[in-house]
Design a protein around this ligand. Structure first.
Ligand code: ADP
Ligand code: MG
Length: 589
């Protein structure tokens, strides 16, 4: 009796754990591939149907398992570690810890076929929703086949969370590609609904693998990266600009052979490409970072692998230097002064020749820096002349005459003594920042614009936790945002003054601030930084031409907030040229 109750407990606990760790079909694919690689496979076949919801099957020629081990592999679990809800979260971020198969089997119909290729023959075990439905001896050569059907058939709530087949398929395709790149000696054959998508044969090197996976034009634009610093090494390939993609999926990175997606690494790659690639576009990069295992905590999560480095600055620098050296022939040398103009634009940059209507903003968008940056992020711009002293009497800005906006740059204003050049982005940013602070302090939110279609944003558990902690702040300034599922959020409304923001970018940037500033612990500083970031993202772009009516509104608002003269990052909003000096220069009396 006691034994039966115990088994039921295990099943329930496995299912709870599975709910935490088996997020979606791609999590299963990753676990199964990892097991096949661990088993020494040289050839792996992956089949999925309906985005993996109907079927995920992984067949390998690895070591296989003996009869008894086959049962043990499915029985193994870590229930003793799951005592509280907190522990479940721990499991989610720490990976499966030897319970992948048990977890998967508890939320699907799983069939295991395995053999060590000995006289003993093979074993087949069928488990449905954690309950063993059958087991027998089968004839089979060395290797293992694991078939996972009808994911979440017994957990309808979770089933509902799954995305369209197409989305799940894309995640799986990417995961298989990453495995294939990390293990060039292993042959892969990956099929979606019976159609072969990638089938790289066993190769000798990463380059062999890239040749098998990418098109000719990509292969021809690749440059090798290889740079070391002490026991740290970055190596791999990047594509020469202007080759660029519109999302981060083309940046594939590995730490000690394990596929990761990490902010610090991505930001370093982005920095190396600064001014070589358009903002908002991403390079193709396949990069491997090798470092002593004790210098990195590879915190494996089924969705997004994150890493913590003992020496984040060194890692950042090595990557920036390595990639930059490959691209330009010299390591990255940031000038001691302002971080903005890092190196001159290449003379023939085709991306900039075709001027678009709305060229990407080049203002304060800041690359996420490695933790504890030493340099100030923003320095005052060099000023063409000493600004005249400025009174603060009310109406000072609104009394200025408007000459107009210079397309793509500044606004020109005047009074009887001065020509005033205004950075309208900086001005608007300051206004929004002051208004956001006031809204937050007084609890009177901005007017909310409901979104026609609520927007789902997905994050890793670490990011989600950081974001969840700041929801009150975001709500206070007019975002209608709710937690949704384990680490997703739904945005239903935005402050109407923000127009129609790119929410993914906006929230992504906020999360960066949370993770970079948040760790230092001072909640007030973090709040300020978040509001600054919001103001910056929502402010008119320097490239957007302003109508006189809009310039007028900005001038009025500047007076309303107290005629402040710098943007929240400390850069001046206006610079002045005295008319009598201009007169002198023009040779007039
Ligand atoms: P873990 O990989 O953390 O040990 P799993 O639940 O993923 O936990 O797998 C349990 C065990 O089953 C593995 O330790 C391994 O011994 C065995 N196993 C799983 N998949 C395979 C495979 N494809 N080939 C050989 N053995 C496997
Ligand atoms: Mg495993």
């Amino acid at each position: 009796m006691a034994t039966r109750i115990h088994i039921l407990d295990e099943r329930v606990i496995n299912r709870i754990a599975a709910g935490e760790v088996v997020e979606r079909p791609v999590s299963i694919v990753k676990e199964l591939l990892e097991n096949s690689i661990d088993a020494g496979a040289t050839s792996i076949q992956i089949d999925i149907e309906n985005g993996g919801k109907k079927l995920v099957r992984v067949r390998d020629d690895g070591s296989g398992m003996g009869h008894d081990d086959a049962f043990l592999a499915l029985e193994r679990h870590a229930t003793s570690k799951l005592r509280s809800e907190k522990d479940l979260v721990g499991v989610a971020t720490m990976g499966f810890r030897g319970e992948a198969l048990a977890s998967i089997a508890s939320v699907s119909k799983l069939k295991l076929m395995t053999s060590e290729g000995t006289k003993e023959g093979g074993t087949e075990i069928i488990i449905e929703g954690g309950v063993q439905r059958g087991a027998k001896r089968i004839g089979m050569g060395r290797g293992t086949v694991i078939e996972v059907r009808n994911l979440f058939f017994n957990v309808p709530v979770r089933r509902k969370f799954l995305k369209k087949n197409q989305t799940e398929t894309a995640h799986i395709h990417e995961a298989v590609t990453r495995f294939a790149l990390a293990h060039p000696a292993v042959g892969f054959n990956y099929r979606e609904d019976g159609k072969v998508k990638i089938a790289p044969p066993p190769g000798k090197s990463t380059l062999d693998r890239i040749r098998a996976l990418y098109s000719k034009d990509v292969r021809e634009s690749l440059i090798e990266v290889d740079r070391s610093f002490e026991e740290y090494r970055i190596h791999g390939y990047v594509a020469r600009p202007p080759y660029a993609k519109s999302n981060m999926r083309s940046v594939l990175t590995f730490v000690n052979g394990r596929s990761v997606r990490d902010r610090l690494i991505n930001s370093a790659i982005g920095r190396a490409f600064t001014n070589l690639i358009e903002r908002g576009r991403y390079p193709l990069a396949i990069l491997f970072l090798e470092l002593p295992p004790e210098d990195v905590d590879v915190n494996v999560h089924p969705q997004k692998a994150e890493v913590r480095f003992v020496r984040p600055r060194d890692v950042h620098e090595l990557i920036v230097d390595g990639v930059h050296e490959a691209l330009t022939g010299a390591p990255f040398r940031a000038p001691p002064g302002p971080p903005e103009p890092i190196w001159p634009k290449p003379p023939t940059d085709p991306l900039h020749k075709h001027l678009r209507e709305d060229p990407p903003p080049r203002e304060h968008r800041r690359d996420p820096e490695p933790p504890e940056p030493q340099r100030p992020m923003e320095l005052p711009r060099p000023q063409p002349s000493q600004p005249a002293v400025m009174g603060n009497e009310p109406g000072r800005f609104s009394s200025l005459g408007i000459v107009g906006g210079i397309p793509g740059s500044f606004v020109v204003l005047y009074d009887d003594k001065e020509l005033v050049v205004m950075d309208h982005h900086a001005a608007h940013e300051r206004i929004l920042f002051e208004d956001l602070k006031a809204a937050e302090r007084k609890g009177e939110s901005f007017e909310i614009q409901d979104l026609l279609i609520p927007r789902l944003l997905e994050y890793s558990p670490v990011e989600a936790r950081a974001l969840a902690a700041q929801l009150d702040l975001l709500r206070a300034v007019g975002f209608r945002v709710e937690e949704f599922g384990e680490s997703d959020f739904i945005v239903k409304g935005v402050p109407s003054r923000f127009g129609n923001p790119d929410l993914e970018q906006l929230f992504g940037s906020l999360v960066d601030v949370m993770l970079n500033t948040g760790v230092k612990g001072d909640p007030e500083t973090l709040k300020e930084e978040l509001l600054k970031d919001l103001a910056c993202k929502a402010a008119v772009k320097e490239s957007s031409p302003l109508q006189p009516r809009e310039i007028r509104a900005i001038l009025k608002d500047l007076d309303r907030i107290g005629s402040l003269e710098t943007c929240p990052h400390g850069r001046p909003i206006v610079t002045r040229f005295r008319l009598d000096e201009i007169r002198k220069k023009l040779g007039r009396k």
